[in-house]
Design a binder for this molecule. Structure first.
Ligand SMILES: NC(=O)c1ccc[n+]([C@@H]2O[C@H](COP(=O)([O-])OP(=O)(O)OC[C@H]3O[C@@H](n4cnc5c(N)ncnc54)[C@H](O)[C@@H]3O)[C@@H](O)[C@H]2O)c1
Length: 274
């Protein structure tokens, strides 16, 4: 699928993996317009800088919370009015809230239960599971509505692919200590991907999922250098963090290659002990 000239929505686009995807799509694929959706204050500055470097206003900052329905609708409506249907979507905004599920207090031998605050669990599910699914579904609707106005019904291969979505899972979807909520959300995305892949092809849209290993972004740096050195790097074959542009390269490949409809593990040979 040719990405040149298309319109994209990337959430979490102001940092880490989302930012690297925006840069690749703008620089190498010459996508026409990219909605950079993020709640971070640096969103506008990032867009301005990259637009200046490119010499064309390809990145459009949209500052807000991805769990806000009205905000989501306003982003899509604005993009559709200005550029037509949105045909690429990478919902990369995400958070971690790590804590053990149940813990033995070594000082008094008592078990601490209810460790994982329920409101925090729900917030992780809202941001890491529900939001990416709803942003992806709204992109499918963007393509479907455009087709309906043109009197097109079921997609046929002669049209070639109309759009693509890449959801961002994680190696934690296979289970990871301290990440009960995050792992649940990321595993849940697999079900969403498998379902959307089956449904959205009616409109000519593919849906895939990538499971990145530990990647050098602010999210991972926030775990602390000791954690990275002692607990993460020894369990990888690369013995280093993955670069965001390596994951972005894989995501862009998945968007472009029409044979991709499933799952890619880009995990640096992650092989933790039990
Ligand atoms: N870094 C890794 O090792 C790694 C590994 C596997 C999966 N992932 C996933 O990749 C994605 C990107 O992570 P990253 O490492 O680049 O993190 P990051 O912290 O660098 O970037 C995440 C971005 O999402 C934004 N964001 C968070 N909550 C938001 C909200 N409610 N509304 C709007 N924006 C919001 C943040 O402002 C930030 O800019 C996430 O889904 C993460 O779970 C990361």
């Amino acid at each position: 699928m040719i990405l040149n000239g298309r319109t994209a929505v990337i959430t979490g686009g102001a940092s880490g993996i989302g930012q690297a995807v925006c840069m690749k799509l703008a620089n190498e694929e010459e996508v026409r317009a990219i909605a950079v959706v993020d709640q971070a204050g640096e969103t506008e500055q990032f867009c301005r800088k990259l637009n200046d470097a490119l010499g064309r206003p390809v990145l459009l900052p949209y500052c807000g919370d991805v769990t806000d329905r009205a905000f989501r609708e306003s982003v899509f409506q604005d993009m559709e009015e200005r550029f037509g249907p949105v045909t690429l979507c990478v919902p990369a905004a995400g958070i971690v809230r790590d804590r053990l599920a149940v813990k033995l207090d070594q000082t008094n031998g008592k078990v601490k239960h209810n460790m994982y605050d329920e409101d925090e669990f729900r917030r992780v599910i809202d941001v890491d599971l529900l939001a990416p699914i709803y942003w992806a579904m709204r992109m499918v609707a963007s393509v479907a509505m455009d087709r309906a106005t043109r009197g097109l019904k079921q997609w046929v291969p002669a049209e070639t692919m109309q759009g693509a979505i890449v959801l961002i899972g994680s190696i934690s979807s296979a289970g990871n200590r301290g990440q009960i909520a995050y792992a649940t959300a990321k595993r849940g995305l697999e079900g969403a991907q498998a379902t959307l892949a089956k449904e959205a092809v009616y409109f000519g849209v593919r849906c895939a999922i990538i499971h990145p290993g530990f990647t050098d972004t602010p999210m991972v740096r926030s775990l602390g250098e000791e954690m990275i050195k002692d607990r993460i790097l020894p369990n990888t074959q690369l013995r280093r963090l993955i670069r965001p542009d390596e994951i972005a390269g894989a995501i862009v490949f998945m968007l472009k290659n029409s044979a991709v409809s499933g799952t890619l593990w880009a995990d640096a040979g992650w092989h933790p002990t039990a």
